[in-house]
Ligand binder design. Structure first.
Ligand code: GLY
Length: 395
């Protein structure tokens, strides 16, 4: 078994201190998000924001992307923090579309059923006790299980079993899709979902995380023999570099699996993954789109920062008071959130319908570069909500 190194946190003089981030500051940042949500509510009731903006404006599309639920999740967060039924009403209208999507299998050949149904159906169930939402969530978990290959112990990210490009491909992002499966075991009592999720996360630990605690974006397994093959990037700079958003998915995803399984090895792992990320942050704490870059003109990925901010808060929560890094992870998260609020929002770009500017969707594919990403907006909102209240996770 390979040993994954722990770099520790190198910039203690910076992150040893708690940034000035008051409740009022966070509430003001949330008020700005709510203003954007209100502006978008009508356009995005029966339509959804595209994954990335074009010139900082999200086009309206049908519920066909892996990202639709980040908008629906924002509606549930908005309902939670305001109690205003107008947000819940739209999120409930959208539930119909998620129901149709899972039942008719519309664009469901993806592991991102986890993102899609956690933030639409599980969130609805947790906040409103809706039995309909619960059933839709379970259907989605069943569909996600069709992507689980027992011999290899992984959930395949994209395409079918015989897909020439994606067969046997698992990806770091999938750590965020596993909560749907753990949740399905909780509500049905059927352990098969939990077992698949736990197997996948252990495979991610074994093969996707490298010895230096960086991550491959994707890794191939032979689904018939269970043999590991090789790592490959799709959205990062190179196969051997570390795509910033992938690392952020790991920072958040491993603690989520810990919450459901109690496997403390996942917390040790999350710390190493987090330290690797933190040690490569530039001065304003917002990562470049690939961690191979630590200065210079390359684009930042504000969405990676927002995901990491949530993940670091979750990681910190999982650590005992005696752990010297507990406070530091909170400090880094707050530093990131403050930096996003101060310098990365669309406040000075009134034509934008997004919240966070300066994200990168997929630079190697020339897609969504220096644009808003709808998941960045969602995680920024979640991070702020986490700071103002004792937030019960949708995940
Ligand atoms: N899960 C795909 C992405 O982060 O772009």
């Amino acid at each position: 078994m390979k040993e994954i190194r722990n770099e520790g946190i190198q910039n203690i003089s910076k992150y040893g201190q708690r940034p000035e981030l008051t409740k009022e500051f966070c509430e003001e940042a949330i008020a700005y998000i709510l203003k954007k949500v209100d502006q978008n509510l009508e356009t995005f009731t029966y339509k959804y924001p595209a994954p990335a903006s074009i010139n900082n404006v999200y086009p309206a599309i049908d519920n066909i992307e892996w990202t639709s639920s980040f908008w629906t999740g924002m509606l549930w967060l908005a309902y939670e923090v305001t109690g205003d039924m107008k947000y819940r009403k739209v999120a409930e209208i959208q539930l119909e579309s998620y129901k149709e999507r899972v039942e008719e299998r519309i664009a469901t050949g993806t592991h991102d059923l986890g993102f899609l149904y956690t933030l639409s159906s599980v969130a609805a169930y947790k906040l409103t006790n809706s039995e309909v939402a619960k059933e839709i969530g379970i259907k989605a978990a069943d569909l996600l299980m069709e992507r689980y290959f027992e011999k290899a112990g992984i959930i395949q990210a994209w395409g079918g079993e015989d897909d020439p490009v994606n067969g046997g491909r698992m990806i770091i992002d999938c750590c965020m899709n596993l909560p749907l499966l753990y949740w399905a075991t909780e509500v049905t009592g059927d352990k098969k979902y939990y077992e698949a999720a736990f197997s996948h996360v252990k495979m991610a630990e074994k093969y996707i995380i490298r010895e230096d605690a960086s991550s491959y974006h994707t890794f191939f397994m032979d689904i018939y023999t269970g043999q590991p093959k090789y790592g490959e990037t799709v959205q990062g700079f190179s196969d051997q570099s570390c795509w910033a958003r992938g690392q952020a998915w790991g920072i958040y995803g491993f603690p989520l699996s810990y919450n459901y399984t109690g496997d403390s090895g996942l917390i040790d792992l999350a710390k190493k993954v987090a330290n690797y990320y933190i040690n490569r942050l530039p001065d304003d704490s917002i990562a470049y789109w690939d961690l191979i870059f630590t200065s210079g003109p390359e684009e930042r990925d504000s969405s990676s920062a927002a995901i990491a901010a949530c993940g670091l808060l979750e990681l910190s929560k999982s650590l005992p008071l005696t752990d010297k890094d507990k406070q530091i992870y909170e400090n880094v998260s707050m530093q990131i959130i403050k930096s996003l609020a101060d310098q990365y929002t669309s406040k000075n770009v009134p034509e934008s319908n997004g919240v966070l500017l300066h994200a990168v969707y997929a630079k190697p594919h020339n897609s969504g570069i220096d644009e808003c990403n709808i998941w960045g907006d969602y995680y920024y909102f979640e991070a702020l909500v986490r700071l103002i209240k004792d937030w019960k996770l949708f995940w």
